[in-house]
Design a protein around this ligand. Structure first.
Ligand SMILES: [Zn+2]
Ligand SMILES: [Zn+2]
Length: 370
């Protein structure tokens, strides 16, 4: 069977031939991979910035955003059956007994850093025809979401962030009042930085969860992306015509910032305008550049005097995948065209070069494996 792999030692990216995997443990399942999404991480691996092959191998099959169909199950499998659609989790636990997170099936919070990630770190990914894995990493997806379910994995970034927001903000009165018989009123305002797939999915999640949502990004206010943002009831503010100060004046008290640009300068600039009891979430991983100047006195002052919280978040556990699948269903009921518009192209495996190495446009491009 074919797979898209990188060989870092030889700086090669291409299609390789591999033996089809077989079920070898009673709790394993075999998937026919239907689709794999291409994201910035895949491009960075294809540029050899990171990505580690599995032990004993010099090549890594890439791809971590996927949708598959179960075609075979081991004798002890009970959670899924042949014919089911599933989105597999990405991270696999570290082996250490004293890692509280991994031993509680929360490898997304692994303490040791010795976890594996399919398609990224020491485990082959999903840009291949067939995959075998333990059923505990499978997340069942309803059939009606088949054409958008490849977005589940990138949506988990926002959903894990939101579940932490609910937990952290429980330390103060934060729930918006609900008047029976009336439509739920917005009472918190969120700003999303960036309009890539992570930002747009984050904005949808925030809008669906009752936030008055603003997306701040470079594209002009007349761009298709801006129109897409407006189509799911969020407000688009273009950095081309509005400064960060303008943005802050437009929003009022910024209750939440969801950073999805991976650029620290703009992020810390926006942090200066975070509101009372505000919460700031980092999801981007900036490449190391030269130090920048940051107004630390103002930021520290605000953190204290305005009861603010700043946190970073990565990866996701099973519960977050389940919430993401549920919320994707909600998005599809409310804004089906906007969700479908996030997937801007479906390509055969042979197109991987342009998608990984070229400057392919669009929002989320997908490789079809079957
Ligand atoms: Zn990704
Ligand atoms: Zn661990």
């Amino acid at each position: 069977m074919k797979a898209i792999a990188v060989t870092p030692a030889r700086r090669e990216v291409g299609i390789i031939q591999q033996e089809e995997p077989k079920i070898s443990k009673p709790t394993e399942v075999k998937l026919r991979v239907l689709e794999a999404g291409v994201c910035g991480t895949d491009k960075e691996i294809a540029a050899f910035e990171y990505g580690t092959p599995p032990g004993g191998s010099d090549r890594l099959v890439i791809g971590h955003e996927s949708l598959g169909e179960i075609i075979e199950v081991g004798p002890a499998v009970s959670r899924v059956k042949a014919g089911d659609l599933v989105v597999p989790m990405v991270r696999r636990p570290c082996p250490y007994d004293d890692c509280l997170a991994c031993r509680s099936d929360r490898q997304d919070f692994c303490f040791t850093g010795e976890f594996k990630e399919r398609g990224i770190k020491e485990a082959d990914g999903f840009m291949t025809e067939f995959v075998v894995d333990d059923e505990k990493y499978m997340n069942w997806v309803p059939r009606e979401l088949h054409d958008v379910a490849v977005l589940v994995e990138p949506l988990t970034i926002a959903e894990k962030a939101l579940s932490q927001v609910w937990q952290v903000q429980q330390r103060l009165p934060w729930s918006c009042p609900v008047t029976p018989g009336k439509e739920r009123a917005f009472c918190h305002k969120a700003v999303v930085l960036g309009a890539g797939p992570v930002g747009l999915l984050g904005a949808m999640a925030l809008a669906a969860n009752g936030f008055e949502t603003f997306v701040y990004s470079r594209e002009p206010a007349e761009s298709p992306k801006a129109a897409l943002v407006r189509s799911f009831e969020a407000t688009y503010v273009s950095a081309e015509t509005s400064s960060i100060q303008d943005l802050a004046e437009k929003v009022g008290n910024i209750d939440l910032v969801y950073e999805a640009v991976g650029a620290s300068q703009v992020a810390f600039e926006v942090m200066k305008f975070l509101g009372n009891n505000g919460i700031f979430i980092f999801t981007g991983v900036p490449g190391r550049k030269a130090p920048i100047e940051v107004d630390t006195d103002l930021i520290m002052r605000n953190l204290v005097l305005k009861n603010q919280v700043v946190f970073g978040t990565v990866n996701a556990g099973r519960e977050t995948f389940e919430v993401s699948i549920r919320d994707l269903g909600v998005f599809m009921q409310r804004w089906p065209n906007a969700v479908r518009a996030l997937i801007t192209g479906r390509y055969p495996m042979e197109a991987h070069r342009d998608l990984l190495l070229g400057r392919s446009g669009g929002i989320k491009n997908v490789i079809q494996l079957h």
